[in-house]
Design a protein around this ligand. Structure first.
Ligand SMILES: C[C@H](CCC(=O)NCCS(=O)(=O)O)[C@H]1CC[C@H]2[C@@H]3[C@H](O)C[C@@H]4C[C@H](O)CC[C@]4(C)[C@H]3C[C@H](O)[C@]12C
Length: 324
């Protein structure tokens, strides 16, 4: 399971949890402006916007999971298993493989609206990067500081949905997730009043009772509701440290602890990493499962006119800070 969310204070923030049972060996990766971005069926981008994100690098190609570019446009790919559908090559379309999609958007779009225009002529190709990799079945959230969209390529075609919540999880398709929020409109951050019956004297005996009914499990639909409620009601100071701290608390509401989601072969799904990008400043912050302090990589401290990928291995040590 995975969850992505946006958050706005003085700056715009975007991030995700990467929940899975194995790691592909991802690194925080900066693709500078002059790195040759090759595509299988469309022309190479010799020069493009720089971007930073999480990627698995193989054969000197960045296979991105999520990213933000120097214009503040953000994107994340999340599992959409058994619903995602990719196609054969089609004439007159931009034929883009699923693993090319993030560089394709990051390299040339400055806003969600520009991404929408490219999406009008895209065809997602069912082509693996190489025989060593499966074709990931994903859907995507694309966001800038003003809006978000969700992109789903399914059997019936490509659907681009407005995403007014700024949240994405996994199955089912996005319209169902959004509709499901109707079921929770009675939830509140305030102490509830007795609407049950005027003939009963009911007592708000605990704080937090306004949100009783907020689903607490790890399923994708439940995480969607929980992170939406947390994000929509989130409050923090405007400064960087407060905003980033609050952002990690938002995604903390849907974090996966080892042991709670068992898969086949005694494997467990966990939140391998959680990220938070300051999209205005090009800073990629992250935590890993055992490394709880926040680590940042600032794209603007790198040579963005370079030609080679820059990558930072994730910090994973189990650090404890002693006070005495
Ligand atoms: C597994 C990741 C998604 C996590 C997620 O959504 N979990 C939910 C599980 S579930 O649905 O609820 O069961 C996805 C997100 C991005 C994916 C990676 C990126 O797409 C980049 C390449 C693409 C290649 O085709 C496969 C390897 C890969 C390196 C992908 C591996 C894996 O599929 C990743 C890491």
């Amino acid at each position: 399971m995975c969850t992505a969310a946006t958050y706005k204070t003085k700056d715009f923030y975007f991030g995700r949890t990467l929940d899975y049972e194995i790691s592909y060996g991802e690194t925080v990766t900066v693709t500078p402006r002059n790195f040759k971005l090759m595509f299988r069926s469309v022309a190479t981008m010799e020069h493009h916007f720089a971007f930073i994100g999480m990627a698995h690098i193989t054969e000197n190609y960045p296979l991105y999971y999520d990213a933000v570019n120097e214009k503040g446009l953000c994107i994340a790919g999340l599992n959409f298993v058994e619903n995602a559908h990719y196609c054969e090559k089609e004439k007159g379309k931009d034929n883009i493989a699923q693993w090319e999609f993030i560089p394709w958007i990051m390299g040339q779009c400055t806003t969600v609206n520009e991404a929408r225009k490219l999406l009008d002529r895209i065809n997602f190709l069912a082509e693996p990067f190489s025989p060593h990799f499966p074709i990931a079945q994903l859907h995507w959230i694309i966001s800038d500081k003003n809006s978000s969209i969700t992109v789903e390529s399914v059997k019936d075609g490509i659907f681009v949905y407005d995403n007014p919540v700024g949240v994405l999880t996994n199955n089912p398709p996005f319209p169902v997730q959004i509709f499901n929020l109707n079921n929770y409109m009675g939830l509140s951050i305030d102490t509830p009043k007795n609407c049950f019956s005027e003939h009963l004297s009911l007592n708000a005996y605990s704080r937090g009772m306004g949100a009783i009914g907020l689903p607490g499990d790890l399923s994708s639909m439940s995480r969607f509701v929980r992170v939406a409620f947390t994000k929509m009601n989130s409050l923090s100071e405007n400064d960087e440290k407060s905003s980033v701290s609050q952002f990690f608390h938002i995604l903390g509401s849907v974090e996966q602890q080892r042991g709670c989601c068992r898969l086949a072969n005694e494997k467990y799904e966990i939140s391998i990493y959680t990220s938070c990008c300051n999209a205005d400043k090009g800073i990629y912050y992250y935590k890993t499962y055992d490394h709880h302090s926040i680590v940042g990589v600032d794209m603007n401290r790198e040579e963005l006119n370079g030609e080679a990928l820059i990558s930072y291995k994730l910090m994973t040590d189990k650090a404890l800070e002693m006070q005495n």
